[in-house]
Design a protein around this ligand. Structure first.
Ligand code: HEC
Length: 155
């Protein structure tokens, strides 16, 4: 066999084997996976909807996966994004953050959303419904800014 053909066959085998190794899904059975966060920061129904549609896939215990998550290595790539996102900010872990950290995360939300850094571009390419309009960005920043007050007076 020519060397190029050998390499092609080897790659194909690797790709096929990869399909059997699936990363664990980030999906909880608990329907109240952001209950503490919502109870404390009182987002309006509209803000709740935006957060769910644009943020929770990477920043909570529950991801709505697209069909292509069934294909490796895309599944590895998405799992890595979610791990990374949750490592920075996890709305399902809000109860374990102290007041200072909560205040700081809300401050970061204002900054990231204002600058259009979040949701990630890689995400909005395929999730056009998650793209934020100017009005939605303002709703998020106004809510997050107001929610900070609670944690600032805590100390
Ligand atoms: C596709 C996954 C994804 C989506 C969707 C997403 N994020 Fe992120 N987010 C990340 C990743 C990954 C990081 C960490 C690396 C970085 O900053 O790029 C991050 C970082 C952040 C940070 C910085 C936290 C810190 O303390 O460093 C904030 C705040 C944030 N995201 C808020 C949001 C908000 C608000 C939304 C929705 C409007 C959102 N993200 C949507 C993946 C995502």
């Amino acid at each position: 066999m020519k060397i190029a053909k050998k390499i092609a066959v080897a790659l194909l085998v690797v790709l096929v084997v990869m399909q059997f190794i699936r990363p664990d899904k980030n999906q909880t059975d608990n329907p109240d996976y952001v209950a503490v966060f919502e109870a404390e920061t009182s987002p309006s129904e509209e803000v709740k909807k935006i957060l769910k549609q644009s943020c929770y896939d990477c920043h909570s215990d529950h991801t709505e996966y697209p069909w292509y998550n069934n294909i490796a290595p895309v599944s590895y790539w998405l799992a890595d994004h979610i791990d990374h996102g949750k490592g920075h900010l996890d709305f399902s872990d809000w109860q374990n953050y102290d007041a200072e950290k909560k205040d700081h995360k809300l401050e970061e939300i204002v900054e990231e959303v204002k600058e259009g850094e979040m949701p990630l571009k890689e995400y909005t390419w395929t999730h056009s419904e998650a793209r934020l309009t100017k009005e939605q960005r303002e709703m998020i920043t106004t809510w997050a800014q107001a929610a900070r007050a609670r944690y600032q007076s805590a100390d």
